[in-house]
Design a binder for this molecule. Structure first.
Ligand code: PEP
Ligand code: MG
Length: 581
């Protein structure tokens, strides 16, 4: 057994194909002064061809995984236009009389070594980008064929030292059962793409794999635990085959209820929506029969890139999501960075308490251009579906009014520019701070809907950092204080007659379903794989029974008592489907 890092969920069982590293046969002799111009011509021609090829790959990838993943190749195009990289290559040709390909190889090595030495994951990823794009350029200069994958259609597990985004882009997910790489991190471009393509991936196997695996070896790869088994015995193969089959079977069984309306036995309808952060995730959501998107975490559009996304790029993504939803509601949450979500190119200050610091709506109300760019993009997409805007981390009426004033400015700017948008677009807030709960009655008069962000609400109500392992046992969604917060919020929304949803992890927790039914919330938004298990349970419950359960819950003095009450109405069949989800 070899332990790596699980970077993309799923089990793969099959034969290995070990991808050889690109090795180059470079000319050793120096060039004549008279040939300098020819070398520069060859270099520029190679750059032109590489750019065309990258643009083509970007287009292909956009078809497969969506616009935002395809922007990965913008980083590659930027390298080919980077004056520092280019000056280095030109300098080697001009001053050392070396052939274009030798100069390119030396420049790649120079920058890769430099970035690798830095103790910074982001720079290490950039080193990978330089290597990838540099190898493409070398390939054109040398006329070397690209390493090809096996042409036959027998699916395989790909084993590589490292896998570049452009290599991944060429893969057909139907032929690749899984991927194992020596290098890599879960946040690399390649890992993001593997997840988006649904290919199980284990990274960080380092020296453990070197030379150990040959093409044709039999492997089992578990993308959840990060484990790779080399030449497993029959017992292990049987175990994983069964696990694989169970996963498929559970998914298949639940598919049977996709078209059934989410409604309890006594007629309470509940919208079951999806939380997404990319277009590919939307495809998974649609295949789970989602009623819409209750939370589009847009910050992921801003992450893993070199600069802020422009209005046009954002508009394209929002519009594609709206188009694909075909009229189903789409709640787009405005930028929620800060805390654990940092942008490499956006210098956020070092803070003692980043979760209580400069983040989310606070940044947006400060950097108004950044905020209005996003608002304009969302507004423009509003003509393509039932788009709504949601502000995160709201703690006061002032913030809502300030955000709405900027929204009005954005509308004005669009009108002047001749763009169409939904003038009466719905605006809502996340209720995820105790302050927002306490003024929920006032907030309800200012907005069209609420969505309860239980992840942060639990964290802030209990003062338990949601990222801190040491106190994770204290992170208790089923705490009497949290129950009271939820009740107060929903009652305020109901009194004001506004739509009320839940989009934190509790929305997809089977145990919490009676609470939502008793409170009569309108919508639960969750990760796509929880939608069908929640629906299956909803179909078997009665809202009436949930109300008496909730009365019992309110009388509980401790979390333990709450868990005991909820466990009584919770059968193990549902629990197993949730575990597999
Ligand atoms: C939440 O806080 O519950 C929520 C949905 O937002 P996030 O998890 O993105 O902070
Ligand atoms: Mg939150």
């Amino acid at each position: 057994m070899i332990q790596g890092i699980g970077a993309s969920f799923g089990i793969a069982i099959g034969k290995a194909f070990v991808l050889p590293n690109w090795e180059w046969d470079l000319p050793e002799q120096k060039i004549d002064v008279a040939d300098l111009a020819r070398e520069f011509d060859r270099l520029y021609e190679g750059i032109r061809t590489s750019k065309v090829e990258i643009e083509q790959m970007k287009d292909e990838l956009r078809e497969v995984v969506g616009t935002e993943e395809s922007y990965i190749f913008d980083a590659h195009l930027a390298i080919l236009e980077d004056p520092v990289f280019m000056n280095e290559i030109q300098g080697i040709i001009q001053r050392q009389y070396k052939a274009a390909e030798v100069a390119v190889k030396e420049a790649i090595d120079h920058f890769v070594t430099m970035f690798d030495l830095l103790d910074d994951e982001y720079m290490k990823e950039r080193a990978l980008d330089i290597k990838d794009v540099g190898n493409r350029l070398l390939k054109h200069l040398l006329g070397a064929p690209e390493i090809t994958l096996p042409a036959d259609t027998q699916p395989f597990i790909l084993v590589a030292k490292e896998l570049s985004p452009s290599q991944l882009a060429h893969l057909n997910p139907k032929h690749v059962l899984g991927i194992a790489t020596l290098a890599g991190s879960t946040t690399s471009h390649s890992s993001i793409m593997a997840r988006a393509l649904g290919i199980p991936l284990v990274v960080g196997l380092e020296s453990k794999l070197e030379d150990a695996i040959q093409t044709g070896d039999y492997l089992i790869l578990d993308g959840a635990s990060g484990i790779v088994h080399l030449e497993p015995d029959t017992e292990l193969t049987k175990h994983y085959s069964e696990l694989h089959a169970l996963q498929k079977e559970a998914t298949q069984r639940l598919k049977g209820i996709i078209d059934i309306k989410p409604m309890t036995k006594d007629g309470k309808e509940m919208e079951l929506a999806a939380n997404i952060s990319s277009l590919k995730e939307l495809d998974v959501a649609l295949s789970s029969g989602t009623n819409g998107v209750g939370l589009f975490r847009t910050e992921f559009l801003y992450m893993d890139r070199h600069r802020l996304p422009q209005e046009e790029e954002q508009f394209e993504v929002y519009r594609s999501v709206a188009d694909k939803l075909e009229g189903r509601p789409l709640i787009i949450r405005t930028l929620d960075i800060g805390g654990d979500k940092q942008l490499d190119y956006f210098e956020l200050p070092e803070e003692e308490n980043p979760f209580l610091g400069y983040r989310a709506i606070r940044i947006c109300l400060d950097k108004t251009d950044l905020f209005k760019t996003q608002l304009r993009a969302i507004l423009r997409a509003s003509c393509h579906g039932k788009v709504k805007i949601m502000y995160p981390l709201i703690s006061s009426i002032d913030e809502v009014r300030a955000a709405n004033a900027l929204l009005n400015e954005a509308k004005q700017e669009l009108t002047e520019a001749g763009h169409r948008f939904q003038e009466d677009i719905e605006v809502g807030v996340m209720i995820e701070l105790p302050a927002a709960v306490m003024i929920a009655d006032l907030l309800a008069e200012e907005v069209d809907f609420f969505s309860i962000g239980t992840n942060d609400l639990v964290q802030f109500t209990l003062a338990v950092d949601r990222m801190n392992d040491q106190i994770s046992h204290m992170y208790e969604p089923f705490h009497p204080a949290v129950l009271r917060m939820l009740k107060q919020t929903v009652e305020a929304a109901k009194r004001a007659g506004i739509h009320i949803g839940v989009c934190g992890e509790m929305a997809g927790d089977l145990r919490a379903l009676p609470i939502w039914l008793a409170l009569d919330v309108d919508e639960l938004s969750m990760s796509s794989n929880a939608i069908l298990p929640i629906k299956e349970r909803l179909l078997r419950l009665k809202q009436e029974d949930s109300r008496s359960t909730f009365d019992e819950l309110l009388a509980c003095r401790t979390s333990k008592e709450i868990h005991e009450v909820l466990a009584r109405g919770y059968d193990s069949r549902s629990a197993s489907t949730n575990a597999l989800a």
